[in-house]
Design a protein around this ligand. Structure first.
Ligand code: KG4
Ligand code: ZN
Length: 334
């Protein structure tokens, strides 16, 4: 069979990324331009600013990604782009760029789901065995997804309020760290000697849903009460207590989902998959339970276009192309 080359574009949030992926597997180039420095000043992602930054860098990045791949543009099999979910203005920049390129080169266009991308990032390393459970944890998502076969997604649990990454970032901010604060809290939690006693949110006994806003409020309460007593809060202990609460619930519900569905593999995906504590806790627990755990390499955990190329490859195989009239879908479901 002929080799395929997908040019993939990802602009759903604050990373502009372009990649060329061969046969859905081999990453020939994967450029990522993070806007974090720009958004830091605002303490979070500003949608308008994100769109403008994407516009500034996308054209040059398309050119550079193709050059780095060593593939001439006429050899490309398709142009893929994240259709949603994400910030509508940010998505539009990538979609317009992908459409223009597909039109100019006379190549098929593929629209990809951002979360499918996070999940299929695991395919860049090794074939996935089904049925499997994906625990998707990022700045915008916290989901337990059952995949009975390739391309089939069944949402079995999701957050009812904040996404895990969002909770990390908000707590980090309250503890005095810059955006995005997840990695700071992770590091601090490891260094801490003590652990603050914070609640776990289990919801109904049989629920696979999550809730993190109560935990976030509990952190804010501890901080306020300590300050009101005129004492200095033990910041590392709070970071550790927060991280322990988050990890305990994520691990427990993921394992329970594995048992209930009889899935053979657990895939950890999304930006928070970079969390050291979560990786360690899941690895240890899966080892004990005899469960195969997959975690993509760090570079493919946070937003990137290579994962979009990996997801688009399956659509290419099935000839699932998008029309030039394809729209951005900020609330696209799996
Ligand atoms: O997947 P991603 O790059 O973007 C979204 O699609 O949301 O995830 C970014 C999120 C941010 O909230 C960031 O704080 C969090 O992932 N994150 C972490 C760690 N590294 C990144 N959270 C906790 N611990 C980490 N080590
Ligand atoms: Zn993401």
């Amino acid at each position: 069979e002929q080799d395929s080359y997908i040019l993939a574009v990802e602009t759903s949030c604050d990373e502009t990324s372009v990649s060329v992926v061969k046969n859905g597997r081999e990453v020939l180039s994967n450029l990522i331009f993070s806007q974090i420095e720009t958004h830091k000043a605002f303490g979070g992602v500003v949608p308008e600013v994100a769109s403008r930054k994407h516009v500034e860098s996308i054209t040059l990045m398309l050119q550079e990604a193709v050059e780095q791949s060593g593939i001439s543009p006429d050899k490309l099999s398709a142009v893929a782009v994240t259709q949603g979910p994400g910030l509508v203005g940010a998505l539009l920049v990538g979609i317009m760029a992908a459409k223009s390129l597909a039109f100019a080169l006379d190549k098929p266009l593929i629209g990809t789901h951002h979360i499918a991308g996070h999940i299929y990032a695991n395919r860049l390393v090794q074939e996935i065995s089904y049925p499997c459970i994906a625990l998707v944890v990022s700045g915008g998502h916290t989901e337990l997804v059952l995949m009975e076969s390739e391309g089939k997604f069944r949402l079995i649990g999701r957050t009812r309020d904040d996404a895990v990454g969002e909770a990390y970032d908000k707590v980090a901010r309250a503890l005095g760290f810059p955006y995005p604060g997840g990695p700071y809290v992770d590091r601090l939690a490891h260094e801490a000697e003590n652990s603050a006693d914070l609640p776990r949110s289990w919801l109904e006994p049989d629920s696979f849903d999550f809730s993190f806003s109560g935990l976030k409020s509990a952190v804010l309460n501890v901080l306020n009460q300590t300050k009101m007593r005129g004492e200095t809060p033990d910041i590392p202990a709070i970071a550790r207590g927060f991280q322990e609460s988050v990890i305990e619930v994520l691990v427990e519900k993921a394992i329970r989902a594995m048992r209930m569905t009889g899935a053979s593999e657990l895939l950890l995906c999304g930006g928070v998959a970079a969390n050291r504590g979560l990786r360690e806790a899941l690895a240890e627990r899966c080892d004990r339970e005899g469960i195969t755990l997959r975690i993509p390499p760090f570079a493919y955990c946070t937003d990137n276009a290579a994962m979009i190329g990996a997801a688009a490859f399956l659509k290419l195989q099935h000839g699932e192309f998008a029309p030039q009239t394809m729209k951005a879908e900020p609330g696209l479901s799996l």
